[in-house]
Design a protein around this ligand. Sequence first.
Ligand code: CP3
Length: 335
Amino acid sequence: MSTLKKILVDKDKSCKSVWFMRQAGRYLPEFRKIRSENKNFIKLCLNSELSSEITLQPIKRFNLDSAIIFSDILMTPYALGQEVEFIKDQGPELSEFNLERFLDNNETEFSKKLNPIYKSIEKTRKKLHKNKSLIAFIGAPWTLLVYMLNLKKNKNELDLDKLNKKNINIIKILDKLIKFLSIHIKNQISAGADTVQIFDSWAGLIPNKDIKNYCFITNAKLVEFCKKEKIPNICFPKGIKEKYKDFNETVKPDGINLDYEIDPLWAKNNLRNVVIQGGLDPKVLLKSEDEMLKGATKYIEVFKDIPYIFNLGHGLLPETDPDRVDKLIEYYRNY
Ligand code: CP3
């Protein structure tokens, strides 16, 4: 069994396990090379040969315990009929959302459009050592909705007027997304992934009065589905601060990824009956080696006597030096 599952499922606290969000990505020259030859990001995600190769790039370089499949959360809106474009230095842009078109989607067509991802998982599983986990992922319904309805005003603000003005039935869209996301989870597991991470990257932007409906209940339904299917799951409700406690008690995931704003000691005292993952600010990898290791020590020390998966509080940054990643992993291993 992989160390990830030993910790996540068996709650083995004597075991070490490490992987990083965005471990396959722009900080690796071997990724940048493939990327420069493949300008269309969606097409790259749908190239099962290259997607599998990219997934394995960090595994070849570093002493990691898990691979996360190279794809994107926006493959779901893509498969549901929206055009998705990644604009350099600006991020993703989706074509206008059409409710009728969205509600008209059928399950077979959806799975067919995402089939290259499942093929990539099959290929990767065959090449990955049996002791290593292969992690599948989805974007949480709310975070996908932010992109689908183009709700972001800027990095940290939502255009809520847009929501209110259009009188959109958000719950109806979220419910439909849950249905398709459950299928996407199931398909990834059937193809050979063994764990799923649910990214709610924009949960922190939800107004207080809506957090239960938009974040807690939607994540809970997906976790419930995973539990019914016996799929180990990890939630990442980024940016919700002290509401991590409420989230954990309502959603009851197997694992929860801390973001870099959460104090590890607070997490240890307040997040019960869940395996904690991550938390370390990816920016510390850009600082001096001393500062990086000091930052890591804080997490390793606080969590040394409970089950803990070593990871970050958000994805590795493109400016990260790969040698630093190696140093950090070795430091954790030898601690
Ligand atoms: O290594 C891995 O973690 C697996 C692959 C992965 C990617 N995206 C590849 C990717 C995963 C798990 C994601 C998740 C994802 N995608 C999230 C949730 C996690 C988070 O970062 O909050 C979100 C919000 C997205 C949407 C997205 N995809 C954005 C906003 C962008 C552009 C800006 C950015 O962060 O790079 C992407 C592009 C993207 N997805 C890249 C990669 C490697 C960069 C592609 C490139 O420009 O070459």
